[in-house]
Design a protein around this ligand. Structure first.
Ligand code: GLC
Ligand code: GLC
Length: 829
């Protein structure tokens, strides 16, 4: 069942009922000011940091789920309704929500009155613009009232939802004309304020929540002021300050009225916080006066429909440019809309938001993950290489001199988070992968010379290349009894904690130190990760390639020898016959073996092992891929492990605490599905690669939205696996490494357009039924118009490749470097 449709020409998803199976959201903002907005206008705004600079309030895990946001209420002759249906939930005559690239348009119609609201955050602007277009489509004159409403958060979102003994007394506001200012703590320790304005006169206002609602027993669905058709002109003094504008409107038949509201944020330098004179008409209880220059300038920027149109146009152009770097035209519309629009869009959102604020991440929890942020780079590096470069330097600056990493860092301070600490065994390797991806994309080798601190200490700075070296050797220097990497606190799978052994509620599986291993440094020196071994053999060659390019042949040979040794160790101790083991636990027992009672096979090591060609000579790759198909493949994707754990295995840590089929215990983790898609494509099995791709790619789940529940235009982290009651149900949409890895899987492995150090590889692995496809790729300043022909209907194999008509050996298009457009023709066969 569908709840909308894709409008590819406008790059929008169009939702045609407010009652989606879960709030279907969008992100507004691309730089400093961000908003989340659901299809019923729920959500919230913040500046830079979702925890420390929260602008509007939102209650998580609320009942109903998505309650609170920025709402417009209309009272038309006693009928009260919202353009986005919620919170009053009056049945609308027409409803539509269009989520586009950085904007959302919600339209509601009731009794001949149409309200179309466009929400967006303009480029280089710290505010959300809301343009409301009201049209009287009836044949009678209409007299009605419109109320806006935004509830302020008292800045620190964590404090705001816990520290009531203080917060109920600190709220401060001011009103000047049609602008309501939020000034809590401004006089004292803050230099920032927020405002909510409308570009017209108003007939009243409310700034106190309880006055607006009329009673503490009312909710957003039932505000007395709206019912009375009249604001109460309340002035907040502590409690919960809000901003609501009240305006009476009369429209003749066919007449339209446009109102532009702006929800903005501004900072003043310390010495310019206050104004000398008090503007006429200022409603305030303060003895001081705010310096409003910044807000005035911001309001002036978008106070007419023409200016709003120009702002929207600029936003469109920005996105058109970001999405023009890589475009494809394949025989499958769903692939086209994922690659050309939504997957790339989601990758940019993960760049902006990391894992901070979504409808599953509260914005007050985690910082930026070391491994997450490195992997995200793989998805957006072609779109914003300069910002990716800075991101890589920021991440590397938190690394330890020995190659170990803080598992997370805080976006505002850019410092490693010592509460969580380090010793996640996979972390350093993602750094090699991401820096290599940056160089392959840009050809900018100079990043390796940049002096990058260790542990944020400038005195410890070394060239970026050194960071890659210590990353590589951090693995080599921490091997266990089988010569495989130590598992430490966890590897990619945060929930395989082979040193934790927790039997106490509330203990963190990742940060708890088992007294048993305390003397050994906090984790077992026996437990080994086969996943990290395979990731090492997959990423290691990139490090070797870098060294070779730099002419460091001896170091390159030394590193290569370590990779070869690791492959040998894996084949000797970690190939289970039909697939690769997952780990050795702290007792030296196999995890993920046919000998195990449950959890016999795990997905994570397999893809990287296949792509590293471990045991390829004895057919280990195909056996492994066949085993995945046999044990992990199901209707909605590949489950993480099988059989799911039904008992608590204390020696494995968090994984078996999850009910079977959810999260890391046999859920469909879409992130690591991508590794198998890549591996199938790598092995030339284009049908399987495409089958797995299309099982989880959002556009393909659109038809089953009633089961899938989350947005059909973005990936979620997880889908309920075959052991789950809610098999096929998506969770944790938007902020996940799945976005980057599926972008890699479809663009670089299936469609096969893959940046390499020395050029652009074109080597697709597609369904045999395809006649071919075309792609446009901007790469290192040139544009490549690629035409793939598949006359023999094969899955893989480049029979010939020409660039501007000239035959090239192999499948790497050399870098032209002349800033021109080049024609690349590839014939498969
Ligand atoms: C989450 C984390 C990621 C981890 C994965 C598996 O997606 O963000 O870092 O690898 O779970 O545990
Ligand atoms: C887990 C989550 C994972 C997260 C980890 C660490 O249970 O599945 O995504 O990274 O906890 O907090």
């Amino acid at each position: 069942m569908k709840f909308g449709h894709f409008d590819d020409a406008r790059k929008e998803y169009v939702i045609n009922t407010p009652k989606t199976p879960y709030p279907w959201i969008n992100y507004l903002g691309n730089q400093g000011f961000f908003s989340l907005i659901s299809n019923t206008a729920g959500g919230y705004s913040f500046y830079m940091d979702a925890r420390l600079r929260r602008i509007t309030r939102y209650r998580y895990n609320n009942v109903p789920l998505d309650m609170g946001g920025r709402y417009f209420y209309i009272n038309d002759g006693g009928t009260i309704w919202n353009p986005g249906w919620s919170p009053v939930k009056t049945e609308l005559d027409e409803y539509e929500c269009r989520h586009g690239m950085g904007y959302t348009i919600i339209t509601g119609k009731k009794n001949g009155l149409k309200a179309e609201v466009t929400f967006f955050v303009p480029q280089n602007y710290d505010g959300e613009v809301q343009q409301v277009v009201l049209t009287n489509e009836s044949s009678d004159t209409k007299e009605f009232a419109i109320f806006s409403m935004a509830e302020w958060c008292l800045w620190d979102a964590q404090d705001d939802c816990t520290n009531f003994q203080r917060n109920f007394s600190t709220g401060r506001v001011e009103i000047l004309g049609s602008t309501i200012y939020h000034l809590t703590e401004y006089r004292d320790r803050r230099n920032h304020y927020a405002f909510y304005t409308v570009n017209d006169t108003i007939d009243g206002y409310d700034t106190d929540r309880d006055a607006f609602l009329g009673s503490i027993y009312n909710g957003w669905d039932n505000p007395e002021t709206v019912k009375a058709g009249k604001a109460s002109n309340s002035f907040a003094d502590g409690w919960s300050p809000i901003a609501s504008h009240f305006k009476k409107i009369t429209l003749a038949p066919g007449e339209t009225k446009t109102l532009i509201y702006i929800l903005g944020y501004a900072e003043n330098p310390q010495d310019k916080k206050f104004a000398d004179t008090k503007p006429e008409g200022l409603l305030t209880r303060e003895a001081w006066v705010l310096n409003r220059e910044k807000a005035d300038a911001m309001i002036d920027k978008y106070n007419t429909p023409e200016k709003v149109a120009a702002g929207l146009e600029e936003l469109r152009t920005t996105w058109d440019n970001l999405l023009s770097i890589f475009r494809v035209d394949t025989p499958d519309d769903k692939v086209n809309r994922m690659v050309n629009i939504w997957n790339q869009y989601q990758c940019m959102v993960t760049f902006n938001l990391s894992r901070s604020a979504s409808y599953f991440e509260s914005g007050i929890g985690r910082g930026m993950g070391f491994r997450d942020s490195n992997q995200d780079v793989l998805g957006f590096v072609h779109q914003i290489p300069d910002r990716a470069r800075q991101r890589l330097i920021d991440i590397a600056s938190t690394q330890m001199p020995d190659g170990g990493c803080y598992h997370q860092y805080q976006p505002l301070t850019k410092k490693g988070n010592s509460d969580i600490g380090g010793d996640f065994s996979d972390d350093p390797l993602w750094m090699i992968l991401s820096v290599a991806a940056y160089i392959k994309e840009t050809g900018d080798w100079s990043i390796l010379d940049v002096q990058v601190p260790y542990d944020n200490d400038e005195s410890l700075a070394k060239p970026m290349l050194d960071h890659l070296t210590v990353s590589f050797y951090h693995i080599v220097n921490n091997l266990g009894p089988h010569g495989l990497p130590l598992a430490m606190r966890a590897d990619w799978n945060d929930c395989i904690n082979l040193s934790c052994f927790s039997d106490t509620p509330g203990e963190s599986f990742q940060t708890y130190t088992n007294p048993k291993f305390k003397a050994e440094g906090g984790y077992s020196k026996i437990a080994e990760s086969v996943f990290v071994a395979a990731l090492f053999t997959y990423t290691g060659p990139a490090y070797v390639g870098i060294l070779e390019h730099l002419g460091k042949t001896e170091e390159a040979a030394k590193a290569q020898a370590e990779i070869d040794k690791m492959k040998k160790n894996v084949m000797e101790s970690a190939f289970d016959g039909e697939w690769f083991l997952r780990a050795y636990d702290a007792n030296g027992e196999k995890m993920g073996s046919h000998e195990c009672e449950e959890g016999k096979i795990f997905i994570e090591p397999q893809g990287f092992a296949v792509m590293s060609e471990i045991g390829k000579d004895v057919g280990a790759d195909i056996k492994t891929l066949n085993s995945i198909d046999k044990y992990l493949n199901c209707e909605f994707g590949l489950v993480l492990n099988n059989p799911a754990f039904t008992k608590y295995y204390i020696q494995y840590g968090e994984i078996s605490t999850y009910p079977g089929g959810y999260k890391e215990n046999a859920g469909i983790f879409t992130h690591n599905n991508a590794w198998i898609i890549c591996a199938e494509a790598y092995a030339g099995r284009g049908e399987k690669a495409f089958e797995y791709y299309s099982k989880i790619a959002p556009a393909f789940t659109e038809e089953t939205s009633d089961i899938h529940k989350t947005e059909p235009y973005v990936y979620g982290q997880m889908i309920g696996g075959k052991d789950a009651k809610n098999f096929g149900q998506g969770k944790n949409s938007w902020l996940t490494g799945t976005a980057a890895w599926n972008m890699v899987a479809i663009s670089q492995y299936i469609l096969g357009v893959k940046p390499e150090f020395d050029g652009l590889r074109v080597d697709p692995s597609i369904p045999a039924a395809w006649d071919g496809f075309t792609a446009t790729r901007q790469f290192r300043g040139d544009t490549y118009e690629i035409v793939i022909k598949n006359p023999d209907h094969v899955n893989k194999g480049v029979k010939s490749l020409t660039v501007d008509g000239v035959a090239v050996d192999g499948c790497i298009v050399p870098v032209a470097g002349d800033g021109k457009t080049h024609k690349v023709e590839v014939t498969l066969g």
